[in-house]
Ligand binder design. Sequence first.
Ligand code: FES
Length: 109
Amino acid sequence: MGARLLPADGDPIRPAPTTELQIEVDGSLVAGVEGQSIAGVLLGSGILAWRTTSVGGRPRGVFCGIGVCYDCLVVVNGLRDVRACQRRAVAGDVVSTQHDPLPGSEESA
Ligand code: FES
């Protein structure tokens, strides 16, 4: 039996009980638990990409997971360029995906 299959009451670490929370992502409610980063909530709900690149519109999500690469940028409660891997999710957060066209491109006009 792998560690992931260990029943919670038999876990020798005895993790504290979790408190669920919900955030809104592009208009949909997404569930997570207190203490998770926004990236953790997104990944836990199966959302793997939430930003697109300026050139080519390629999907991006978590790359480094430690706040270095800035691949995971989202808009949180109206504040742009928040690193989803570094921002702890708070119940009721309103998150939207981000796409930044290059200045001077047809998209930015
Ligand atoms: S995943 Fe690299 S900064 Fe968030």
